[in-house]
Design a protein around this ligand. Structure first.
Ligand SMILES: NC(=O)C1=CN([C@@H]2O[C@H](COP(=O)(O)OP(=O)(O)OC[C@H]3O[C@@H](n4cnc5c(N)ncnc54)[C@H](O)[C@@H]3O)[C@@H](O)[C@H]2O)C=CC1
Ligand SMILES: O=C(O)[C@@H]1CCC=N1
Length: 283
């Protein structure tokens, strides 16, 4: 564990930044008062969200860099050139504050592109977290940039491990990872909603249906992780001969659930490739 509390900044204080900030606070890695986030002037709800956890919110990016040990770059991909350009063009930063660790969570924006916008020799790491960071159950990965030290990688791993799981990967895997675990919570929420709708259709009270659907997703994921058993075997353990599950599974196969999920990961990966290959400015 890091011995000192970290000063954490967010360039872009939106949904993902807020989830991580709250996760870091509940993990004891930082305090609201040690955090700062920049937001677009039109985004008062995000400014207020950071203020409500005791953090500072600003409409400029330079104060975020100056006041932080670690700077998350958490704007949309199309905003990256302008936001990082602000840092490179700030004369006073070049002298005093260049030595920061930048952690970009932006979908599809490559290390090469990030480094091209920042001052020369900047230490940049690409991270792909997900929103369950808020409840310290994120699935995160990271990729080292050209100038990153082992200590930077260690700090990154510690930070992200405090809000869930964290693995180091190579950059060629980041787009499919973004499609799977970055976007994945959205797919799972659709599944939870649909399972609950089915329960309601069959007569369950809605609140009970949501609780049962969510706990079933949570428990099934935990079974895969904790028992280290193939999901096919775990599925077979639920499926009695001539039982109800076999009938439900048959319906899912007829409707192409597997193909739909495989297609979703393929489609989302292709969208990341588009951003990577076109550059973040050209969507
Ligand atoms: N939402 C998610 O589940 C995940 C998002 N990401 C990545 O995180 C990044 C942010 O996504 P969200 O938080 O969902 O978006 P968001 O729209 O909620 O947040 C973006 C933030 O950037 C701020 N902003 C806009 N222009 C700015 C500027 N020039 N300078 C500073 N701040 C500016 C906005 O005020 C807002 O607070 C994206 O690059 C996305 O790919 C990565 C993993 C998961
Ligand atoms: O939809 C997006 O672009 C981002 C990347 C992963 C989750 N949300």
């Amino acid at each position: 564990m890091t011995s000192k509390l970290l000063k954490i900044g967010f360039i872009g204080g939106g949904k993902m930044a807020q989830a991580m900030a709250k996760g870091f606070i509940s993990a004891g890695l930082s305090k609201g008062e040690m955090m700062i986030a920049s937001v677009h002037p039109s985004d008062l709800p995000s400014a207020e969200a950071f203020q409500s956890i005791g953090a500072e919110s600003v409409f400029e990016n330079i104060p975020v860099v100056k006041k932080s040990d670690v700077v998350f770059v958490s704007v949309k991909p199309s905003v990256i050139p302008q936001a990082l350009g602000d840092i490179t063009n700030a004369d006073d930063l070049k002298a005093n504050d260049a030595d920061k660790l930048y952690l970009s969570i932006a979908m599809g924006v490559t290390i090469k592109e990030l480094e091209s916008y920042l001052p020369r020799d900047s230490r940049v790491i690409r991270v792909m977290p997900n929103t369950p960071a808020l409840v310290r159950s994120a699935a995160s990965v990271f990729v080292r940039g050209s100038n990153v030290t082992d200590e930077d990688a260690f700090t990154t791993k510690e930070l992200l491990s405090s809000i869930g799981t964290c693995e180091e990967v190579t950059e060629n895997l980041l787009d499919p990872i973004t499609a799977l675990s970055g976007s994945g919570p959205a797919y799972i929420y659709v599944i939870i909603e649909a399972l609950a709708d089915g329960g309601v259709k069959m007569g369950l009270p809605r609140d009970l249906a949501y609780r049962l659907a969510a706990q079933t997703v949570l428990g099934s994921g935990k079974m895969v992780l904790d028992t280290n058993t193939h999901p096919g075997i775990l599925k077979d353990n639920v499926t009695s001969p001539a039982g109800s599950t076999a009938s439900g599974l048959h319906f899912l196969e007829e409707k192409g659930l597997r193909a739909a999920l495989i297609g979703a990961i393929e489609a989302a990966t292709k969208r990341c490739h588009q951003v990577s290959s076109n550059g973040s400015t050209k969507k």
